[in-house]
Design a protein. Structure first.
Length: 418
């Protein structure tokens, strides 16, 4: 008994294992999804499709993995996050494997679009919601660390996919990606647990007796949250922002190829978004804990708009690389800060369900934005209009958050503290 009590304080807080598991789920899930830019030209060529119709493959997947949170989030609040994360990784792996056997673009819509979309959607919000419950003081940092898996996945997976496509074709590449998702994502998601109280702990590893009110158990009901002006404002902000937020993930590589950049260098540009995104999730997530998370949300939205302005004038690989990295920093900050703002405003009791409903706004933007950009290109062979529209959308999204703060003050609503 004495030895156990002596060693226990030195053990690693299990919340960090939850963060590591969420990181892995996002690394392989979103990393595989964001390889699509490397597959766009081979799919377009083999199926004789337009750039807009081929882009719809990604948009279907993106719509589903954000929209499904409205179902997977509340289920995670009731059933636990682990089973949903495991099932999601298995479904995503099956979707990638099925895409390798597709004989038409419609079959790619069904296999990749539905498989990856449903799989990542099943795992994403539950894993992210679980992380929020394990931390209070370091929530911004922990959330940023978890979602940095998306950034590193975007950095590592597209170049890997490009190498695989060159070596074994796009069909073989999808098979390998499916195996990676199954083994790494499915395996590590077993470490996810829903709540520290199940281990007799409080957030941040504090013993329950030391919490003194710093608890994640209370908060708004889903009905209370979604009827509040803060939620309505966040929803509108995310909806407007997401129309352009994912355009670079689909169209940066073909844009670079159109401007004479070699295929190998063009794929690295997508990795630069991942590198910047990783930095943004680490540093802006931690910075948000100090300067205020809602104010940080305004900052990252404005930063995304300014980065889009760089893209609008970029003509060579170095300027495109600068855009990719800067955009990645602020995009990563957006992904890291947003769920922490939700937790601050509405508490932890139904955080997964509330995040899931909020992300339906991102789903609609993702469905429309990249596909619309592709069809605009098909019409006038230029990305200028979609890029400038994306920049304007981010400015509008930032102004919406400013309006939220002006209406309700800068502190979290009291219901989140109950």
């Amino acid at each position: 008994m004495t030895i156990q009590s002596t060693l226990a304080p030195r053990s690693i807080f299990h919340g960090w294992f939850v963060v590591a598991a969420a990181f892995t789920v996002m690394f392989v899930g979103f990393g595989s999804a964001y390889t699509f830019s490397a597959f766009l030209e081979p799919l377009q060529r083999d199926f004789g499709a337009s750039r807009g119709s081929t882009s719809l493959v990604f948009s279907i997947a993106g719509f589903l993995y954000f929209a499904l949170g409205v179902i997977s989030g509340p289920l995670a609040d009731r059933l636990g996050s682990r089973p949903l994360a495991v099932v999601g990784m298995v479904v995503a792996a099956i979707g990638l494997a099925a895409a390798s056997a597709a004989h038409s673009l419609v079959e790619v819509y069904l296999a990749y679009g539905l498989g990856v979309g449903l799989g990542v959607g099943c795992a994403f919000v539950p894993a992210l919601g679980a992380v929020q419950r394990w931390f209070v003081r370091r929530r911004g940092f922990a959330s940023g660390l978890a979602v940095s898996g998306i950034g590193l996945g975007t950095l590592a997976m597209p170049p890997l996919a490009s190498l695989l496509i060159a070596a074994i074709g796009w069909r073989g590449a999808y098979l390998v990606l499916g195996a990676i998702v199954l083994v790494l994502g499915g395996g590590l998601s077993l470490l996810i647990e829903n709540d520290p109280k199940d281990r007799g702990l409080g957030p941040d590893g504090d013993p329950p007796r030391e919490l003194s009110g710093a608890t994640n158990a209370g908060g708004a009901s889903v009905r209370e949250a979604v009827r509040s002006m803060r939620f309505v404002g966040l929803y509108l902000s995310c909806l407007v922002c997401s129309f352009g937020a994912f355009v670079p993930f689909v169209h940066l590589v073909p844009y670079a190829r159109d401007h004479g950049v070699a295929a190998s260098s063009a794929v690295v540009l997508l990795g630069m978004i991942g590198a910047g995104s990783t930095a943004g999730r680490f540093f802006l997530g931690a910075l948000a804990d100090r300067m205020g998370r809602d104010r940080s949300l305004i900052m990252v939205l404005i930063g995304m708009a300014l980065a889009m302005a760089i893209w609008a004038i970029a003509q060579d690989v170095w300027t495109l690389a600068a855009f990719a990295f800067v955009y990645g920093v602020f995009y990563g900050g957006w992904v890291a800060v947003l769920p922490t703002v939700v937790m601050d405003y509405f508490g932890g009791r139904n955080v997964s369900g509330i995040i899931g409903i909020l992300y339906t706004s991102v789903a609609f933007g993702t469905l429309i934005g990249p596909t619309a950009a592709g069809f605009v290109y098909d019409i006038n062979h230029s990305y200028t209009l979609p890029i400038l529209t994306s920049a304007a959308a981010n400015i509008v999204a930032a102004l919406v958050v400013v309006a939220i703060l002006a209406r309700s003050g800068t502190h979290a609503i009291s219901i989140a503290k109950r």
